[in-house]
Design a protein around this ligand. Structure first.
Ligand code: NIG
Ligand code: FE
Length: 408
């Protein structure tokens, strides 16, 4: 299971030394070169159970029960993919092909995936999630958030969340993904359902609640509907996050800040006021104790797969925002599980330096999930190490499309 403690109680711990790390990215600015990435050369890490017990130079590593030598390869914190929709069935490659020749993305295809998902058995869905998570791990991802949102009725949404919770503790209730076809002419009844009976059935299985806030789309939700759903979810103990500003400028980013959502995701179309609000909200994020503040999560795979303009990540950082990068892996807007691809796109298309992009894909994702135990390599953190078939992290963006990263 991703991000869960696996050691049975009462068993004594064994230590494992990982040495021969040519370049170690710790994301701990108090060590190494003093940069935000906290770079150490010729490093070693000692792991005990699922935790990091020691970090330092290979020459001074303590004796351990077992050891492995990485032969000069670089190691980075495991990628934290803070936004995915893995519980689904069906295929929308035809919709992708149509987009590549000029069709716009509207969110209308979500109903196609809803029908296929409803028709799939629990085991089929479970197997598919497992396959996608294996894909992610083999590309260096060690923490994954998974949303519902293709069930869109009480039974199907709670089923999706139950299945997601078998794989990760970062589970998000997205009953307010789109208004399903049955409710097209009575959307207020659907909002009531999502904030009422559906929420009651789903809350026990989720940590987070999310809404696709996009007044420009007839399928998604406006600002008032978003507030109604997220407030009800907060009362039921779920922490808010928002899909916002994907298709047009709109209220999503500012509602996320107003509700102290952990993150607003997409941020493709932002006004100066949105950027300022996200800057102020970013300054509230305490990376040692992330309990408040809103992260701006960028999903460049979506701009890639929907032929949309890429937002300027540098503009957000300059304003003081905390930026995260995630895949949004889903059948409609980005069917990629690859964080290295996302990093390369963010560097090439969103004006991030390779260091800023790596930080956003690791620590940024951790902060978007309000986690202090992942996204960094330091004593006490989870032992989530990603090895690169390369001498430095720069190769993640320098060698796009090459399978360099794998979770240790
Ligand atoms: O994050 N924008 C809303 N939801 C998903 C896409 C879902 C779909 O098209 O199937 C997203 O892009
Ligand atoms: Fe999404």
């Amino acid at each position: 299971k991703f991000s869960k403690n696996c050691r049975p109680e009462g068993e004594s711990s064994v230590s494992h030394l990982v040495t021969g790390i040519g370049q170690l990215v710790t994301n701990d600015p108090s060590v190494g070169d003093g940069s935000a990435l906290g770079l150490l050369d010729d490093a070693a890490v000692v792991i005990e159970d699922d935790r990091i017990a020691w970090v330092g130079s290979a020459a001074s590593a303590p004796p351990s029960d077992s050891a492995q030598d990485l032969g000069g390869r670089a190691v980075v914190p495991g990628f934290v993919d803070s936004h995915s929709h893995l519980v689904f069935a069906g295929d929308r490659s035809g919709e992708f092909a149509a987009r590549m020749t000029g069709e716009p993305y509207t969110g209308g295809g979500i109903a196609t995936t809803m029908a296929a998902t409803r028709a799939a058995s629990d085991d089929q869905l479970r197997q598919h999630v497992g396959t996608l998570l294996a894909e992610m791990r083999s590309q260096g991802t060690t923490t994954v958030e998974i949303k519902s949102g293709y069930g869109l009725d009480v039974e199907q949404e709670s089923r999706a969340l139950r299945i997601a919770a078998e794989f990760t503790s970062e589970v998000t209730y997205l009953g307010a993904h789109v208004v399903p076809p049955l409710f097209r002419d009575r959307r207020h009844e659907y909002v009531e359902l999502v904030a009422g009976e559906m929420l009651e059935a789903c809350a026990p299985h989720a940590r987070w609640a999310d809404v696709f806030c996009e007044p420009a789309s007839a399928h998604a939700f406006d600002g008032d509907e978003t507030r109604t759903v997220l407030r009800a979810c907060a009362e039921a103990g779920l922490l808010p996050r928002v899909h916002g500003n994907q298709l047009a400028e709109g209220p999503g980013a500012q509602i996320a800040v107003e509700l102290d959502a952990a993150s607003v995701d997409h941020c493709t179309y932002l006004t100066d006021a949105d950027v300022a609000a996200l800057g102020a909200a970013g300054r509230l994020v305490d990376s040692e104790n992330p309990v408040t503040g809103t992260v701006a999560t960028l999903l460049p795979g979506v701009e890639f797969s929907t032929r949309s303009p890429y937002p300027d990540a540098r503009r957000l950082l300059d304003a003081g925002a905390v930026v995260a990068l995630a895949t949004d892996c889903n059948p409609g807007t980005c069917f990629s599980s690859s964080m290295p691809l996302i990093i390369a796109l963010a560097v090439r298309e969103m004006k991030l330096s390779p260091a800023q992009a790596l930080l956003a894909a690791t620590l940024g994702g951790a902060l978007a999930l309000r986690r202090a135990d992942v996204g960094r390599i330091r004593v006490g953190a989870r032992a989530d190490l990603t090895v690169l078939e390369a001498p430095s992290y720069l190769h993640l963006a320098y060698r796009p499309g090459v399978p360099l990263a794998r979770a240790l």
